[in-house]
Structure formats: C-alpha cells, structure tokens
Design a binder for this molecule. Sequence first.
Ligand SMILES: *[C@@H]1O[C@H](CO)[C@@H](O)[C@H](O)[C@H]1NC(C)=O
Ligand SMILES: *[C@@H]1O[C@H](CO)[C@@H](O)[C@H](O)[C@H]1NC(C)=O
Ligand SMILES: *[C@@H]1O[C@H](CO)[C@@H](O)[C@H](O)[C@H]1NC(C)=O
Ligand SMILES: *[C@@H]1O[C@H](CO)[C@@H](O)[C@H](O)[C@H]1NC(C)=O
Length: 619
Amino acid sequence: MSMVKFKSGFTSARMKSGSAGICIMVLTLIFIIRFEKPVHKLPSNHTVDDSSISLEGESIHEPAKKPHFMNLEDLDYLFSNKSISGEGDTNGLLVWSHMRPFLERPDALPETAQGIKEATLAMKDLVFLINKEKGASSSAMVSKDIRKNCPHFVTAIDGDLSGSRPVLELPCGLIEDSSITVVGIPDEHSRSFQIQLVGSGLSGESRRPIILRYNVNFSKPSIVQNTWTEKLGWGNEVRCRSRGSVRNQIVDELPLCNEQTGRITLEESPNEDTTIEFALLNADFPFLKGNPFTATLWAGLEGFHMTVNGRHETSFAYKEKLEPWLVSAVRVTGGLKLLSALATRLPVPDDHASLAIEEKLKAPSLSRTRIALLVGVFSTGNNFKRRMALRRSWMQYEAVRSGKVAVRFLIGLHTNEKVNLEMWREAEAYGDIQFMPFVDYYGLLSLKTVALCILGTKVIPAKYIMKTDDDTFVRIDELLSSLQEKPSSALLYGLISFGSLPDREQGSKWFIRKEEWPLDSYPPWAHGPGYIISHDIAKFVVKGHRQRDLRLFKLEDVAMGIWIQQYNQSVKSVKYINDKRFHNSGCKSNYILVHYQTPRLVLCLWEKLQKESQSICCE
Ligand SMILES: *[C@@H]1O[C@H](CO)[C@@H](O)[C@H](O)[C@H]1NC(C)=O
Ligand SMILES: *[C@@H]1O[C@H](CO)[C@@H](O)[C@H](O)[C@H]1NC(C)=O
Ligand SMILES: *[C@@H]1O[C@H](CO)[C@@H](O)[C@H](O)[C@H]1NC(C)=O
Ligand SMILES: *[C@@H]1O[C@H](CO)[C@@H](O)[C@H](O)[C@H]1NC(C)=O
C-alpha cells in the first residue's frame, strides 16, 4: 500500500499494549453493536436502511432511500459496464462489478463520496484514452507514447522557468524516494518565495489541490509548510522560524525543523491551535537573499523532506487525501530567480505494450475448484516497480505458478489519466490486477478489505484469504506449510495485537474519534502487512456488509479485528493464532513475511532464498 505504505509507517504506534477488562469490553461491544448502532455511525444524518435482502444469491439490494451525498449518476456510470471488459480470470473488473451495494451505504466512510466522484471522472478519461488507442493505427506509436507518459525524470532550465505555468509537470505523480531539486537565487529585495507541489486537476474541479506549499519568508525569517484544497482550504501549518518554541516532532526519523545547537529562545505561537511552530536559529536560516541555493525536496515513507545546500532543514508529514502519488506539477512563485529544476526517481512502468512479456510473469489460469489461498496485495496506481518486484520474486513460487495459490493486486483508480492508462495496460498484460471503483484514498482502505473478501468468496473462492501490501515479501511455501496445521474455519492468523488502545492524539494518522470507536481498547486484530482469514470469515464479512450489520472503520486491519470479534460472538468461536514470524516493520531472519522492503530488497530476498535456501535479510 503506497498509500498503503504511508499508512503502515505508523503501525507500531498503535501497538500500545495493556488493558485488561476484555470481558467488560466485549459486553459493551455487544451492547453497542446490537442496540446502539445508529448512535455510533459515522457522521451522516440518515437512518439505516433495512430493506437489504438476499445474502447468498445474486445481490438484490434496493435501498429505499439513497444516500444523498453520493451522486447516483456517478454510480450508474461506474457500474454501467458498457465501456470496457476483459476476459475470464484476467478481467480487471471482477470485484468491481460486485461492489455497488457496498458503496451505497448511508453510513459510508467520509471519503467515499469524493473517492467515487473522482473515480467517475478518471474512468471517463480512461475510456476516452482506451478508445483513442484502439483507434490508433500502429502499435509502435502506442509504445513510444509510454515513455512519454511516465518519464523517469523531468527537468527545466532557463527559458522554461519564466511565466506562470508550472516549472515541472509530473504526469505520473511521485512515489517514495522521488525527489525534486531546484537551484535558485532569492532576489535582493525578495520578501518571500514559494515552492508548491500541486495535485492533478480532474476535469470536474476548478482549482488544483496543493499537496505542499513551501513558503520561505524573509520578512521574519521563517519557513511555513501547508496544504490547501478547494473544499477544506488551508490545513494546519508547520512553521519553522528563527527563534521559536523548542518542541519538535519526528517524521521518518527526521525533525520537522532543523535544530542547530546553540541559543534557542522560547516564544509562544500566536495561534496555538492551528500552527505548529519550531525553532531555526537566525544565523542558520538556510536561505539568504542574493545567494544561490540548491534545495532538494524528497518523498519519504511518512512525509516530505527538504535538504538545502546538503543539510536537512524541514520535514512535513503527509496529510490524509494529500499523498505524494497525487502530485502532478511543481510551481515556483515569489521573489526567486530560478536557475534550474529537476524531478527524478519518478515512477516508470515497464513497457507492457512490447510483445516480449515473459510468460512466467503472467497470472496462470486457476483451477475451477476452490483454491488453497488467495493473496490480495493492496497496491496503488503508480507503484509500478513494487508490483514488478513481487511478480519477479515471491509470485514465482511453484504454488503460485501452478494455480494453487492466486495473487491479485487490489488497486483503486488514480487521479491522473496517464497512470490509469498505464495501469490498464499492466492489468491486460499480467492479468493479476483487480480495480476498485473508487480513487485510492487511505481512508477507503477498509472498502478494499471488503472487496478482497468478495474476491475470495464470489470470484476466486479460496480456503484461506490473505491480505498483504506491495512492499511486503511473503514466503508462500512456509506459509502454506504453516497453514496445514491450522484450523480450516474461524481463523485469524498473523501478528496479532491484543488489547491495543485507540490513538486519541489529534493529528496522528491513526487518530480515532470517540464517535468512531467509543471503547478504550480494540478487539484483537492482526497487523495489516499480512494476515490470513478463513473462508467462512470472509463470507461473514461480505454478508455482514451487505446487511449492514458490520460497521465500516477506517483502519483496515483493526476493522477486520472488529468484524471478526462479531463473528466470534454471533457465529463461532474464533481461533486467534499469533505468529511472530510475521514482521510488520523491517526484516529478521527465519521470517514468513517481512514488511517495508523496497523493490531492490524484495528481489534480493528472493535471490537469497533461491541461492542459499535461507530466509535471511538483505540489509
Ligand atoms: C437530522 O435529520 C433530522 C430530521 O430528519 C433533523 O431534524 C436534524 O436537524 C438533522 N440533523 C442534522 C445534524 O442535520
Ligand atoms: C458486464 O456485464 C455482463 C452482463 O451484462 C457480465 O457478464 C460481465 O461480467 C460484466 N463485465 C464487467 C467487466 O463487469
Ligand atoms: C511573512 O511574514 C510576515 C510576518 O510574520 C507576514 O506578515 C507576511 O504575511 C509573511 N509573508 C508571506 C508571503 O507569507
Ligand atoms: C470469543 O468468544 C469466546 C466465547 O465463545 C470468548 O471467550 C472470547 O473472549 C471471545 N474473544 C473475543 C476476542 O471476543
């Protein structure tokens, strides 16, 4: 999960252990779920529609009242199924076509309406491009287009740098490790200048979101970082100034503001609520009028980081719905003479249009009977490299190649048409992608989890269903042999967190309001980078969501824990099997699964397994 990935960076933060009182918790939960459901719904002023029917057969769910915040025309369009199709197992819309009833819930997650609206626009653009491509005469032409679509780097010098248009266009967004370097000289009379990362302008939106505004202010030397969207306006700013308060925070192990040793004076921030303020010593202010600088902004796991003249200066944690994959251009404004700009390590897809795709990388056809294991890999549009690394490594296990185990990437649409087109080609080439009828916002991950349960029960029925991420290495052989001695039903298997506490710290990516989860602790849940459930639980999840007995909850892995607890109470006693060989951060040898592995590391782990027959780490 790129998105997925950005989420997972904080996994351990949720691992506060403790809390007994499980019994009380369970009783309270029963009470809440059974009798108080409407009170704890997500914000929406609708009564739960109970006219849902038919659990097993073909979904007939006719809501009497439709949620008014969702545009039904968008839904009709998304599910009209007129535009595109594939064949057999490799059709990328197999889950998609089952999803409508799950999106129409009046108590949908807050991002749902936006995710669907944008998916509709993205789909219209994509259909247009596909049809155009079909019309194009030679495939050579198409092939050439690809490299133009998603270049590895873009650069601008001199003449390109004037005027109001963006300095750089980044047609396929940023991924982890992408960087943007600008060389410039602040004017002698400059009061301020700004470097901005802006999102893609979907055809329906008038103004593009600002994913990062980096404002350097010389009047009162300070650096102010913020976001902006048409709907929400400016977000909470992070201000680094010469002389300020000393509290600091860490993003990707880097401080929000560079703190040089020396005298730091305390000063209260004027508007404490919306501003986080940090100290930079005046003498150390990284930008000087009339002096050239080289500034590199790079995308980490958890946030953006700025290095000026070789020194780390500032960091900025990604905000929800403003993740780096959304960036589509760089703008520079204010009193700055820009000398050059370069964006590099950008996401590039493989050339799927070439005829030379190795057969062994394509999804094998599946046996008709129920397969042993379905692995759903949560991925996001421009993580091309991560998906290729999995295809070339653990997706080559014999069990996968023989069709005993199926691996599918679950991906929402991107806000950029070029990324969608590349993804579409990738899906056609490898047959292992299932698309989601919404844009890939972090807040919608648990809808993907529901989609995975649909996939594993209705489309590719499997005995066990596993959820994992695209930066995770899974030893399928070890996993299968470990599953052999596990119960075949009522199973949750993985690295399980018992009695963990909701994060009540505002601003945290894991922040959960009392209304979202009123209890003091969560039921047992298994960490998102890899967990396995049995078929019966997946079926219960699908049915429960169709009947709306199960609530949606934005933390995907915790949500699964919540649903499973309900299964435990109402159907069958669940076996929670904890296995410490599932490593949710970093690598340890003798693993079943390791997380946070870059494509290079994923390939290295595979090589070590092949050559040395040992599960040892690469770092
Ligand atoms: C919810 O709806 C009821 C009537 O259906 C109305 O009286 C109430 O003001 C609404 N509440 C909000 C927060 O919109
Ligand atoms: C489109 O609809 C047909 C039936 O009308 C169905 O067989 C097919 O699976 C659908 N395709 C997709 C991609 O949803
Ligand atoms: C620069 O800082 C001064 C003093 O805090 C403020 O009045 C001004 O609006 C800032 N300018 C910009 C462009 O942010
Ligand atoms: C599951 O149900 C059993 C009783 O059937 C109960 O003892 C246990 O505490 C439950 N576990 C959870 C996590 O709710």
